[in-house]
Design a protein around this ligand. Structure first.
Ligand SMILES: N[C@@H](CCC(=O)N[C@@H](CS)C(=O)NCC(=O)O)C(=O)O
Length: 272
């Protein structure tokens, strides 16, 4: 599903502009840099002025993102893996953003006006609020294509069943109901995929599928260790190294939830 459809020529120009904006965000805003990059891209005088405006607008666009607030620590990011997915995406794309922390136990009026469903994450792009991490990820990729993070369709589903298997095992009351085995089977397939294709799902570079799965594996590790004294077995070394690779990225360290929030967040599922 696409919230934004861009024709391919416009998409190519938008990619170039985004690349230029990316350079600008990481260098001083000097006119020579802009002149150099516009001449590299062969833009003539008139379109150069337009490119300048477009580059400046992408480079200075500031995103607002509603995310779950911590329940244990004031003014801290909370434990929503879908919110972290979006924060990881904007961090990896080095976009400028600010977080609006939403108390999910007592949702404020302004938030329910933005998203009547009452779910986080929600992001403001081009003056419009957009909900749902799948839609947001795709919109960010189209509007800010550099660096590219899209996962090829044949690899996008890799690891996608792990989260629901983890929840099934976490909620299970009987050790012999097969839920642990179901999770282990998914993790084994994932281990094989990373062994063959790693270190990330799409190979050498991190991509959208990793930014979606990483926060879920982080929750899995903390919640299963706390509530079931369970850990990834040594027989799955590629799952372990994958988690280490994702969890140690700067973007992840900056956006991860506190352990105590993850534990508190899953308590109702375990008790229920
Ligand atoms: N499909 C949505 C799921 C988002 C979601 O379930 N978010 C949870 C927090 S992690 C939420 O807002 N739940 C509603 C609530 O807590 O009241 C997405 O991918 O963004």
């Amino acid at each position: 599903m696409s919230a934004l459809k861009i024709p391919s020529a416009a998409f190519a120009i938008s990619s170039s502009i985004n690349r230029l904006a990316f350079k600008l965000r990481h260098r001083s805003r000097s006119r020579p840099v802009l002149l150099a990059v516009t001449s590299v891209y062969g833009l003539h005088c008139c379109s150069r002025r337009m490119a300048t405006a477009a580059v400046e607008s992408v480079a200075t666009e500031h995103l607002e993102i509603c995310v779950k607030a911590s329940v244990t620590t004031p003014d801290r990011l909370g434990d929503c893996p879908f919110s972290q997915r979006i924060l990881l995406t904007v961090e990896e794309k080095q976009l400028s953003y600010s977080m609006k922390l939403v108390d999910m136990g007592n949702k404020p009026e302004w938030f329910l006006k933005i998203n009547t469903e009452g779910k986080v994450p929600v992001i403001k792009i081009d003056e419009k609020w957009i909900a749902d991490s799948d839609v947001i990820t795709q919109t960010l990729e189209e509007k800010f294509p550099s660096p590219p993070l899209a996962t090829p369709p044949e690899k996008a589903p890799v690891g996608s069943k792990i989260f629901s298997m983890f929840i099934g095992f976490l909620k299970s009351k009987s050790p012999s109901d097969g839920t642990e085995l179901q999770l282990l089977n998914e993790l084994t397939s994932f281990n094989d995929h990373i062994k063959e294709n790693g270190p990330y799902i799409n190979g050498k570079e991190v991509s959208a599928a990793d930014l979606s799965l990483g926060p879920k594996l982080y929750h899995m590790e903390i919640a299963l260790s706390h509530y079931k004294s369970w850990a990834i077995p040594d027989s799955l070394p590629y799952v372990k190294s994958y988690m280490q690779n994702v969890f140690s990225r700067d973007s992840f360290v900056k956006t991860r939830a506190l352990k105590e929030d993850v534990i508190a967040g899953w308590r109702p599922k375990v008790m229920g």
